[in-house]
Design a binder for this molecule. Structure first.
Ligand code: ADP
Length: 716
């Protein structure tokens, strides 16, 4: 047994060892598995890291904006590749190892902008909200508009740095700038147009008003009433053009009323007849005798469309005829439609231009049209208006032969009685003549305007009030007059050279007695909202050109002490002038003949072509002395040599200034043809069309010299 005992002990040991070996083997296996797993995980992590890095790299490579990530010390961590398009100082490695943000951007942002940017970054780091902002940055002469966004980054509640994005907005900002500039140009264009058109309109309306009031000659009064009626319509149209934005934004409201077709036609033909310069273009009509007498339509808009189209026909037709056709029929749905066509034998429109002609501000064939006035708005407005009325407008044209516009407008018939033979019944003149009902003797009024003609008109309108009217032709003169004399009311033109109305008003306000004097600004800039702007400047009121005598009357009543007003006892306008029937075709020829007879003025045809004394005299209210004065001023301010000098020097800016002045003064003395030529050159100088100037300068100078010689002869 003793022998067995150790043996069994031994066996036991062996068994134990075997178990131990087994356990170790198992552990070993487990370790191997664990090791394998660890290796797998490591490989996986490595692969994932690579993946991550790959995508990060891709992201930074393809990110379209300049991105910079920093640490909490504002040292760079990484940037998008766009950064390296702008930075030439640091390598990718250096950036990733960490460069101070300020240094990294120092070649990219201008010093002053960089300072501001760093302040924003510091602010973002301490948790202040920094809104994205646009920065116009100019480095080395090149401009970039950056939109900069700065955001703070966090990890597990700790601030890790900044995420900064620069987006290049240059193109967008440029586009915006261009759009704004275009908008501004449009505004300026409207203001200019307002001034350019309203100033001569002021003279036309004012002068005709004076004739209506002062003349004892019935014929002259009738003619003047026609002029006034036409200028009134024109003014309405000008206002609409100024309000073009209103049309554009669809804010025009139609006001349909019952209108006599004969009166529309007569008014339109009257306006157009006045515009025809000579006998080389006939004005014809083709009015269906079955046209209903009364239709329901917006008269002002309809006339505006017709005047636009007929006005164009006049402008673009040198010989032949212009025809207005009108008839009415029923559409398939039974509604009444007015059909108008306006045909001319003018220059026509090229096929390729036809598609553009209804677009706003479009003037085609500008080389040929240089001397033809226009805004390029007429057809666009007409189209908008026709469509607003539910109608259609179209055009047919053959280049060199002529053009026909067709308008079709639905409008109900109120009185279907046929209008009959229109040519013998048209031409109603319905005009109220404004006559003041009170006087203001002893009241001192100062009228300030650089344009003599405007001064004449205002003083003429003021004459019946029996006030003391003093005129000043410049701001400086107004100030020196104000220093010597007490005035109760001042009418101040806005646009004057050297010192404009605003500056003059400021100066007067600062003088003794100037604080309380009533100053009314007179301006041709009749754009919505300007009246308030003028009041804000310090004017007491606002009077728009052309001056309406009734408005001026209201202004006097409003601003003068009621004790100064002496009532005359309510005069009425002469009733016998109303509703006078005039046969249009005959009356105009008669008017022309009578006018020519009366105004022959002993001038030869050649002379009339150079200076039409009748025209010049009209601008000077028929006063020979005044006209002589104006002629002398024109001759004294001979611009021949300065024009030649500027032409030789090719100083087109100065050339433009001089020719612009000659354009106006030539017209005032009745040198219409010269003024017309100056107008073409003026426009060309404005547009920088030097070829046109070179082509027409000599011809203009020849005429200019002839006109000056004629004045020198002293026979006018
Ligand atoms: P504008 O003020 O220049 O006359 P419109 O819009 O009325 O502006 O006309 C645009 C352009 O269309 C004109 O400048 C001209 O070139 C052309 N046009 C319009 N009507 C006629 C016409 N009856 N004959 C020839 N061309 C015309």
């Amino acid at each position: 047994m003793e022998v067995n005992e150790p043996a069994s002990q031994h066996e036991l040991e062996i068994k134990k060892l075997n178990r131990e070996i087994k356990r170790l083997k198992k552990d070993n296996e487990l370790l191997r598995i664990a090791n394998n797993q660890a290796m797998n995980t490591q490989a996986y992590i490595q692969r994932d890291n690579y993946r991550q890095m790959f995508y990060n790299n891709q992201l930074l490579k393809t990110y379209p904006h300049l991105l910079i990530l920093t640490d909490d010390q504002l040292q760079t961590v990484m940037t998008s590749d766009v950064f390296f398009d702008h930075n030439r100082t640091f390598s990718k490695d250096e950036i990733e190892r960490g460069v101070p943000l300020r240094d990294a951007l120092s070649g990219i942002l201008a010093e002053r902008d960089l300072n501001h940017f760093m302040v924003m970054c510091q602010a973002a780091m301490v948790g202040r909200a920094v809104e994205p902002y646009i920065l116009r940055n100019i480095v080395g002469g090149s401009k970039t508009d950056w939109q900069i966004t700065i955001r703070r980054m966090h990890m597990e509640g700790r601030v890790t740095g900044l995420n900064i994005v620069f987006v290049d907005m240059t193109m967008m900002v440029d586009a915006l700038d261009r759009a704004e500039a275009a908008d501004k140009a449009k505004g300026a264009f409207l203001a200019n147009m307002s001034h350019e058109i309203r100033t001569p309109m002021n003279s036309i309306a004012g002068m005709s008003e004076l004739i209506i009031r002062d003349s004892n000659d019935d014929m002259a009064r009738q003619q003047a009433m026609m002029i006034k009626s036409a200028s009134k319509s024109l003014l309405a149209i000008i206002n609409d053009i100024l309000d073009y934005s209103k049309i554009e934004s669809g804010k025009i409201e139609l006001r349909a009323e019952d209108v006599r077709t004969a009166s529309i036609i007569s008014d339109i033909l009257m306006m157009i007849k006045i515009r025809l310069k000579d006998d080389s273009v006939e004005l014809n009509s083709d009015i269906d005798s079955n046209l209903p007498s009364v239709i329901h339509v917006d008269e002002v808009r309809l006339k505006q469309i017709m005047v636009n189209l007929m006005g164009n026909a006049v402008k673009f037709t040198e010989k032949g005829y212009i025809k207005l056709g009108m008839h009415m029929d029923k559409a398939t749905d039974g509604s009444d439609h007015l059909h108008i066509y306006i045909e001319d034998t003018g220059m026509g429109i090229k096929k390729e231009d036809l598609k553009d002609i209804f677009s706003s501000f479009t003037r085609i064939d500008t080389k040929r049209n240089r001397a033809v006035e226009g805004t390029g708005l007429g057809l666009a407005i007409s189209k908008e208006l026709v469509e607003l009325m539910g109608g259609t407008i179209s055009v047919e044209s053959e280049y060199g032969k002529g053009t026909t516009f067709f308008v079709d407008i639905p409008c109900p018939v109120t009185d279907p009685t046929p209008v009959g033979d229109i040519s013998v019944s048209i031409g109603e003149v319905r005009e109220e003549v404004f006559v003041p009902t009170y006087k203001i003797p002893g009241v001192n009024i100062l009228v300030v305007d650089d344009n003599e003609m405007n001064l004449t008109v205002v003083s003429g309108i003021l004459a019946p009030y029996e006030a003391n009217v003093t005129c000043a032709t410049s701001g400086e003169e107004a100030i020196s007059k104000f220093a010597k004399e007490r005035y109760d009311l001042i009418f101040m033109d806005h646009m004057m050279p050297v010192m404009d109305g605003k500056e003059t008003m400021f100066k007067i306000r600062g003088m003794q007695g100037g604080e309380n004097v009533k100053i009314v600004v007179v301006t041709a800039n009749a754009i919505n909202g300007v009246d308030e702007a003028y009041m804000d400047m310090g004017f007491d009121d606002y009077l728009s050109k052309p001056i309406d005598p009734a408005c001026l009357d209201g202004m006097l009543k409003k601003h003068l002490d009621p004790d100064w007003i002496v009532e005359k006892g309510g005069q009425k306008s002469p009733g016998d002038i109303h509703d006078t029937d005039v046969r249009i075709a005959n009356s105009y020829d008669e008017i022309k003949e009578t006018y020519e007879e009366e105004t022959n003025m002993g001038q030869s045809n050649e002379e009339v072509k150079l200076i039409d004394k009748a025209v010049g005299l009209r601008y000077c209210m028929g006063k020979e002395d005044f006209y002589k004065n104006v002629l002398n001023i024109f001759a004294e301010s001979n611009e021949c040599s300065s024009l030649k000098e500027m032409y030789d020097k090719e100083d087109w800016e100065q050339y433009h200034t001089i020719i612009h002045a000659v354009k106006g003064t030539a017209l005032t003395i009745g040198a219409t043809a010269l003024s017309e030529k100056a107008k073409g050159l003026n426009q060309a100088a404005k547009d920088g069309d030097i070829a046109y100037i070179k082509e027409h300068h000599d011809e203009f100078m020849e005429d200019y010299v002839k006109v000056l010689e004629l004045i020198k002869k002293g026979e006018i």
